[in-house]
Design a protein around this ligand. Sequence first.
Ligand SMILES: Nc1ncnc2c1ncn2[C@@H]1O[C@H](COP(=O)(O)OP(=O)(O)OP(=O)(O)O)[C@@H](O)[C@H]1O
Ligand SMILES: [Mg+2]
Length: 308
Amino acid sequence: MPSVIQIRNLSKTYASGHQALRAVDLDIMDSEILALLGPNGAGKTTLISIICGLVNPSSGSVTVEGNDIIRDFRKARSLIGLVPQELHTETFETVWSTVSFSRGLFGKKPNPAHIEAVLRDLSLLDKRDNQIMTLSGGMKRRVMIAKALSHEPRILFLDEPTAGVDVELRKDMWQLVERLRASGVTIILTTHYIEEAEAIADRIGVINRGELLLVEEKAELMRKLGEKQLTLELTQPLEALPETLADYGLEREEDGARLVYRYDSQAARTGITSLLSELNRSGIRVKDLSTRQRSLEDIFVSLVREQS
Ligand SMILES: Nc1ncnc2c1ncn2[C@@H]1O[C@H](COP(=O)(O)OP(=O)(O)OP(=O)(O)O)[C@@H](O)[C@H]1O
Ligand SMILES: [Mg+2]
């Protein structure tokens, strides 16, 4: 799969002296859904804004289908649709004229059939003559997506597309993103919601304090970092752990009625067999047991914690 965007050694220090991005390297692949996950102030919007030519990088380079975002700005920008984090939607303009006007800004010839198709796909066609300011928040957000798609971009950036959106609409948004990708659009979205990245992304990039900590296939990320935990329900609560079990890093829960053992499911030896025989030797009887994969959320929290 060829890359459509190449980011090399990209850094940004704002005039305030704040360094928002630190030597970011990233290749964005054709027709993928990439989720950039990171806490407030991580640098997600800064990264997107640089790619879209709204913020100047301090150093490094970005190309979009081979076009340098500074030298070949117009060409690079024309390939991109952007739905910004902050929506400016208090306008008297109608849905139709706003979306058509956006297309014109990219020097594209009017194409009412395309605008109509975009509005239909976003369930906005019946609102085409409504003023934007009269629409609900969720509809306004969809109008912003329609604007971003008006000039038929190959790449779509969605900066926090579901912030403040209810569960129902969030699911609609996920379906829309999937449909867009199926039509050949590459999608980069930012989110605070781990379950969102888990639900729709092909790859996940984790950003914290301006650093891209990792970019991985979602499944690979969850497999590689996926520590598992084994929970043992005991027949009799255990007041204290016997010496012989000291090396297993067991945690007592529920006043000793439960023991939790963490292990690497990819390791050659998980230690489970010896743990169970040790328990047996110590006369500790197990009533029930269960295992759980560490979630993406656990992984994210520990990555960000490691860095601080
Ligand atoms: N124009 C600016 N001037 C100075 N500092 C800025 C500017 N824009 C952003 N910053 C700072 O750069 C850092 C990264 O901000 P950015 O908006 O990229 O983060 P983010 O990951 O998008 O956060 P959020 O999840 O809150 O949207 C923050 O510390 C922010 O205060
Ligand atoms: Mg942001």
